[in-house]
Design a protein around this ligand. Structure first.
Ligand code: COA
Length: 416
């Protein structure tokens, strides 16, 4: 079976996480992704946070599966010539260098267009073009702070907090993948390539859309009824941190279960969905609340929502998080156990769906990675091990038309 992106050739000039997450996704779906890396060094994540001496670190292997690796010094004349050939034959060039690096290398958008008018050049930067911070180099947490996530995450009596989820990095990569696929669709109509740019700040903000919603509601009415600060606490003129509050119209909170004193993840998330009030009362054995006007509307419950959560916690104290969810799911109550990474790694459902997969690597052996979160009825996504540094250099150069002698000379001169 052919894969949907088979025949699409991608020059993968990415490093660290944001760019590699994007190109890995496209490689899973069939694109030929050629990762271009500096000879002798490669992507910095190959050696960052190493757990096995001499083997590529998991940081690298988990973001670069299904790719080929070409080492190339693109600052040498010979290296530039190889890159030019590659550009002429490729469909997409993806990069997440610091601002201006591609131009300094001699490959401005104008130059690339001249070499290949069908080329799509896709870039990740910290801030968008023309932004007053456009010259800044940016990593994950910087973007989370600039995109509104940190100021709205955490508890009201603590500092701004970053999320463990890679909102700045992998999330930006996913936005870029959508941009690339859109530009590829556009090219089928126009025959022309284009520049696709995604900033990490914008991608974080896109996920913080509801917080911009809240800012405008706060400006208008002075309070936000779904936040724990309502009705007893005080609001200022900025969206506050809401702890574990629901965020939408459904109040929710993280609640302790049996064993929380020793297990840091013995919790569930419990949502009081409006129309599930009667089932919640039945599950808790509080049927008298179903028709009680002091409880039977969301508005009536608002000022005692934490008392209600305390009663639910009391009900949870002799149940593990899994037992609790098994009871609550029968009542159609939106809830889930707080899962640790260890539980996720061993979850049979995640293994069966291919979301957590075991992959073989030539040097490190077997390791776990996150497979495609997108499932297709006509394609099973196969995740293969990440390439060793320069593993496909000779193969790629030969495909570009270089002879064995020319390739040997490039090795000799450390161009590859
Ligand atoms: N051959 C020769 N030179 C190469 C090369 C190759 N194959 N690949 C990269 N380089 C050079 C670049 O030309 C550039 O040189 P220059 O600065 O002299 O022009 C340099 O290596 C790379 O610079 P840069 O990307 O700025 O690396 P850095 O380690 O200083 O910064 C980041 C890292 C991530 C902070 C920066 O790349 C960045 O801000 N990227 C955009 C946002 C982003 O993606 N952040 C990370 C998210 S995980």
């Amino acid at each position: 079976m052919t894969k949907p992106l088979e025949g699409i050739k991608i020059i993968d000039f990415t490093h660290v996480q944001a760019g590699p997450a994007c190109t890995q996704l496209l490689a899973w779906y069939g694109a030929d992704v050629i990762k271009v890396e500096r000879p002798g060094a490669g992507d910095v994540t190959r050696s960052q946070l190493r757990d096995i001496p001499g083997a590529d670190a998991l940081y690298f292997t988990m973001l670069n599966s299904n790719k080929r690796s070409l080492t190339l010094d693109t600052k040498t004349a010979e290296g530039k010539e190889v890159l030019e050939r590659l550009i002429k034959e490729s469909d997409v060039l993806v990069e997440n260098f610091g601002p201006g690096a591609l131009d300094r290398m001699g490959f401005s958008w104008d130059r690339i267009k001249e070499l290949n008018p069908g080329m799509i050049v896709a870039s990740v930067k910290g801030f968008s073009d023309g932004h007053h911070y456009q010259d800044l180099k940016v990593y994950e947490n910087v973007a989370q702070c600039a995109g509104g996530a940190a100021s709205t995450t955490g508890f009201w009596d603590g500092p701004p907090t970053v999320s463990a989820a890679a909102l700045g990095d992998s999330n930006t990569g996913m936005h870029l993948a959508i941009g690339i696929l859109t530009a590829l669709m556009a090219r089928t109509k126009t025959g022309k390539g284009q520049k696709v740019a995604v900033s990490m700040q914008d991608s974080v903000l896109n996920l913080c859309r509801v917080k911009l919603r809240d800012q405008q509601r706060l400006d208008r009415v002075g309070y936000l009824e779904e936040y724990p600060q309502y009705p007893h606490g005080k609001f200022t003129d900025v969206v506050p941190r809401g702890g574990n509050a629901g965020g939408g119209g459904q109040p929710g909170w993280v609640l302790k279960c049996k064993g929380w004193e020793t297990d840091p993840n013995a919790y569930i998330y419990f949502t009081i969905q409006g129309h599930a009030w009667a089932p919640i009362c039945k599950a808790l054995g509080r049927e008298e609340w179903i028709d009680d006007p002091a409880y039977n509307t969301a508005e009536a419950r608002q000022d005692k929502i934490f008392d209600i959560f305390a009663i639910i916690e009391d009900w949870l104290k002799d149940k593990t998080k899994f037992e609790a969810v098994d009871i609550l799911r029968k009542y159609d109550i939106p809830c889930a156990p707080v899962l640790s990474m260890k539980e996720i790694a061993n979850d049979p459902s995640l293994r069966a769906s291919g979301t957590v997969v075991e992959v073989d690597h030539k040097v490190r052996g077997k390791y776990l990675t996150v497979g495609s979160p997108i499932k297709f009825s006509d394609m099973t996504v196969e995740v293969t091990g990440s390439p060793l540094l320069g593993e496909h250099t000779d193969e790629v150069l030969a495909q570009l038309g270089y002879s064995k002698d020319q390739i040997a000379a490039m090795h000799q001169a450390k161009v590859v």
